[in-house]
Design a protein around this ligand. Structure first.
Ligand code: AMP
Length: 401
């Protein structure tokens, strides 16, 4: 069977016993006033770290955090709270190494105790990280005997600790989290069970065009909701009032609709909407009788008949992929469509994959996260993978055939 992991070693295939192992993670967690508000990504990294501990490896952990722009950002984007949380969860001492270039780290590693490991400070503090610098990579490679990437959320970035560094290391592979992410997404790309329903929503058509294109032959039913549906409705000359429309993408939407038709793909677009005069908490809203929206209103969620229509397709599905909310779910009462989709996914017999970003937030807020088949930890990365794009962080680990 074809797989995105062909000729890529996993940490279990590598000899890491007692070796200096560099583990690139995605510990980019939300932090407010030095407090981590959601540690999901940290917990997701634990199996790979624990495996390396069990092999008595000398561990150097690395991750980016946020988008620091200037030197004053150092405190706000420091990995200190992340190190503290890791230390609690692993019951190990985490030594924060201030210089993400790793200058002088070899000596420190030489004397590291068995209950300690190093955590490099935010890799984006180093100017070479986002430039994919070979100089920075050479520094880090000078102490790295084995390189392991387990930071799925950053795997699509050509950054130094993702791409340049592993290009200089011979013994390299992926950790358990990336392995599972790719195996799950491969069910969409290569091992597709039918009927396969793809539910796409969110703000912009432009973000999803490549995914729709790459999944066109695999998907049986496309459900299009969220604000992006209005560009598709406008492409059919259906009035959408003040709703968000990407005017420059109407032509693309027309082309996609015609490709769906030619390939006999079923497309579910909203047949009714929850509309209001503005997007505001608890604003008075109404449900439209048809897909048309009058000029004083904007569509902010899918309506009940649309939810039923989606439900009918989901009941028949064997595989469901969902990316992007069905409405402006952060603002009540426009969360209902997204929560209803989450509920239907949780009750479905199909294998369900929620692909990152705001749809993950909607699933978590609905309290149904544990009922999903797989929830991706990397929104941008999972979309790019499904677009069929080569991921720098994965390709650099693939052995030549
Ligand atoms: P994306 O990042 O493309 O997945 O878009 C997610 C954003 O789309 C969320 O912040 C939603 O509030 C927003 N969104 C979804 N549907 C609508 C809508 N009908 N009107 C305005 N915003 C929407």
């Amino acid at each position: 069977m074809k797989s995105g992991l062909t000729r890529i070693k996993s940490i279990e295939d590598l000899d890491i016993s007692g070796k200096r192992v560099f583990i690139r993670l995605d510990l980019n967690v939300p932090i407010k006033n030095q407090i981590i508000t959601d540690d999901t990504r940290i917990r997701g990294a634990l199996p790979t770290i624990q495996y390396a501990i069990s092999k008595k490896a000398k561990i150097v952990l690395a991750s980016h955090l946020g988008r620091p722009q200037k030197p004053e950002d150092r405190e706000k984007y420091s990995l200190t709270p992340v190190g503290d949380r890791l230390s609690e969860l692993l019951n190990r001492e985490i030594v924060l190494f201030e210089d993400p270039n790793g200058e002088g780290i070899k000596g420190v590693l030489g004397g590291i105790a068995s209950n300690q490991m190093l955590l490099l400070e935010n890799t984006r503090f180093a100017p070479g990280e986002e430039k994919n610098s070979m100089d920075m990579a050479a520094n880090l490679a000078s102490f790295t005997e084995v390189y392991v990437n387990d930071g799925f959320g950053a795997i699509h970035r050509a950054h130094c600790t993702v791409a340049a560094l592993p290009s200089l290391v011979t013994n390299k592979g992926i950790g358990f989290l990336i392995k599972r992410e790719i195996q799950m997404l491969d069910q969409v790309l290569y091992n597709t069970k039918h009927p396969f329903v793809a539910i796409l929503g969110g703000a912009k058509v432009s973000d999803k065009i490549d995914v729709i294109g790459n999944l066109m032959d695999r998907v049986d039913v496309f459900v299009i909701g969220g604000a992006m549906a209005f560009t598709f409705l406008a492409a059919q000359d259906i009035p959408v009032g003040k709703s968000l429309v990407e005017k420059d993408k109407i032509h693309t939407a027309k082309e996609l609709l015609s490709r769906f038709r030619h390939r006999n793909k079923k497309v579910i677009l909203p047949v009714d909407h929850v509309v209001a005069g503005q997007l505001k908490e608890d604003v008075s809203c109404q449900i439209t009788p048809t897909a048309a929206i009058s000029s004083e209103f904007m569509g902010l969620d899918i309506g009940p008949r649309t939810i039923d229509l989606i439900g009918t397709e989901l009941q028949k599905a064997s595989l469901i992929f969902w990316n992007g909310p069905m409405g402006a779910f952060e603002t009540k009462p426009f969360h209902k469509g997204s929560f209803a989709v989450a509920q239907m996914l949780s009750e479905s017999k199909a294998f369900t994959i929620v692909g990152g970003g705001d749809s993950v937030t909607a699933v978590e807020q609905s309290g149904l996260a544990s009922k999903m088949g797989h929830i991706s930890t990397g929104g941008g990365a999972s979309l790019e993978y499904l677009e069929g794009k080569a991921m720098p962080g994965l390709e650099v680990l693939r052995e030549k055939s």
